[in-house]
Every structure is written in structure tokens, then in C-alpha cells.
Design a protein around this ligand. Sequence first.
Ligand code: ATP
Ligand code: MG
Length: 397
Amino acid sequence: MINSQVILIKSGELVLKGLNRATFESILIKNIRAALKPLGRFELHSAQSTIWVDLAPDMDVQKAEDAVSRVFGIANYSLALECEKDIDKILAAAPSYLANALKGAKTFKVESKRSDKKFPLQSPEISKMVGAKLLSTFNHLKVDVHNPDVTVTVEIRDRSAFIRKDSTPGAGGLPCGSAGDAAVLISGGIDSPVAAYLMAKRGIRLTAIHFASPPYTSERAEIKVKNLLSRVARYCGRIKLIIVPFTEIQTAIAQNCPEEYFTLIMRRMMMRISQELAARRGCKALITGESLGQVASQTLPAMVSTDSVLTMPVFRPLIGMDKGEITIIARNIDTFDTSILPYEDCCTVFTPKHPRTNPKLEQVQQAEGQYDFTALIDKAINGVREEYIDANSYIEL
Ligand code: ATP
Ligand code: MG
């Protein structure tokens, strides 16, 4: 494909992974393919620690760039124009291709790399000619070789010539799926979608679990959760969502256990059920959006009490963050506006007036022991609904 656009992608922390590198890179390539597939035709190959994506001429380059910008495991990427290895063609193509990138710049420089030694001009000559062409086309520009606003790169490769703008930082992290599977407990709040995003960024493939208590929680609350996951799916691809019917368990807690322990017992039920559902689907850890001390059920003693029902590790990526820090990420990943919509979560049903913030484990166990929850837990596990959520699942509320 000549005179078409290419995205050159450099992987991130992959370089550190020694022998695992090949596996990581193949997962990354699979994820890039999946992100671009809905947008049109392209060809992808990797060479010299760079992944090349050749876009078909009819592909929307902006959309392709957006999609690539969200794939985890990419350190940076740049757009390039591929053109014939002919200096006249390069000089003709460069100004219009670079016009946008150079519009806001005051200074620039041109760097050239010539891996095809058969090309008749040497790198410094190529740079000089392309630089002169750009200077004569754009009167506002000056050359600054030390600290330019924009660096233009011309590469002469075996296949063809490439004219490239500055690279853009990628989403960072590790390719989704490279770190294994975990289940995120997702509510409609601000925190859990951020927790999901952060763990996906470390290479986790997500399954999501949501507890719903109709009629106390509405269908809109459920759509809200799906919308949040849909936003996260823009980064990590589709997510399996498991919806657990939780009304009977919450009602049983409210009717049989001391009020001050309602929330703690409810959280222990959520954890038990989630662990079972997660294990059955190959997940090796749970993820929550808890942050130390944020609410009564997130004090250290409360977490000791919830974790004591588990053998699986719980990842809490927000544990040391302030609400403000979490909110910044929520805005960046575009979940915040959905999170603040006022549809009730099951956690806000049957909340005690005076929850225990410093519970003793034995007291919680005793409070919970007032009722045998085994049958209700089994019923909830057997009554789940499942569906896949992807970037297109978003429904306007
Ligand atoms: P969030 O903003 O994520 O809702 P929060 O600060 O409101 O968190 P809690 O309501 O105490 O805190 O919930 C703590 C964590 O428990 C959540 O981050 C989430 O991981 C999980 N959780 C809460 N409600 C639900 C639910 N209905 N279904 C699944 N998980 C839930
Ligand atoms: Mg919540």
C-alpha cells in the first residue's frame, strides 16, 4: 500500500519480560487486532520491536488512532505516511501530510534514518532537503535541532519510505490477558469502575460481578452498571458480566441479624458468592473499589472481617487513594458522569443507622450465625444471569 497511512507501535514494559516477551507480544497483537477490527481493513506485522499496522485507504485514521491509544501494553505510537522511495515523491507528500502537526509549532527538525543503503541519498541530505521544503512551505517555522516543538522523521526502509510525526504516549500497562483472569465486584459507584480499569491495565482479563436487589434496585441501576463496564471495555475489550439476585439474602440479613452488622454481613455474603462464581469461571482473584477508611465497611477491621470468608486474594487497587485522586481517573476514563447518576445500589438498601467501624471478627461471625444462609447462597449462585458487555453496549440513560 503506497501513500497510505501506517501506525507504528512500540510496546511498553514488554521489554523487561525476557523469555515471556514473545507471549506478551502475541497477546498485545491480538488485542490491537480486536480493537481495530470493527473499524475496517488493515494489515499488521511486527519487526524490529515495532508493530506495524497498515491501514486500508478507506479506514478512518482518527478512529484507528483512538482505538490504539486505549490498548494496554503500548508505550507509544506514531502515525506515518508510507510513500514511494523516491525523494521527489517524499518532498511532494511531506508538507500536506505534516500540515496539521506543524500548524501550532514554532520550531522543528527533521531526522532521517536509512536502513535501505541502496537509496541514493544519505540521511543528512534527506533531512536537509525535507527541512528546506518544509521551511519554504510554512513561513512561520524555524529549525531548532536541540529543542524542537516537532520532530519529523523520514525513514527509508526496504519496503518503502515513511514520513512520521512525533510519537504519542500510549495507554501504558501490560496487555490485557497477560496477567490472568480476575473478577471485579462492580457497583454503580465511582470507585469500582476505576478499580476495574486499573487492574485491566496491569494485564488482568476482567469478569464482572454485580449484585442486584430488585425491586429495591431498579432496571436503570443495572443499565448504569452496564454502561460503566462498556466504558471500561473500550480499554480492555468485552467483559463478561454476571448479575446475582441478592434481594432474598439482604432481606434475610435484615430480618435475622443485629442491625449494626447488616453491612458487614452483606459484604461477607458478596465475597463468598463472588469467590464461588469467580472460581467456577477460572478467575484467580477478586477486585474491589475499596479505599481504606472511606466508609464504615472499609476500615481495616471491617476488611479483616470480609476477607476472613475468602481463600482467594482480593486486589484493591484504590486502597491508598483519596476520593479526589480516584475521581481524576474516573473522569479520564469517562465513567464519572455515569457513576454520579442517582440510581440506587443494593449497598444503600437496609443500611444501619450506626454501622460498626471496629468490629471484632467473632462478633460478626456470631451475628451472622443467627441464620443459616447456605440455601440462599446456593440459590443466588444458581440464579445468576450472564451477558457480555463491549464498547458498543452503552445505552443513553
Ligand atoms: P463504589 O464507588 O465502587 O460503589 P463505594 O465507595 O460506594 O464503592 P461500597 O458501596 O462500600 O463503596 O462498596 C465497596 C466495594 O464493594 C465496591 O467498590 C465494589 O467493588 C463492591 N460493591 C459494592 N456494591 C456492589 C454491588 N451491588 N455489586 C457488586 N459489587 C459491589
Ligand atoms: Mg457503592
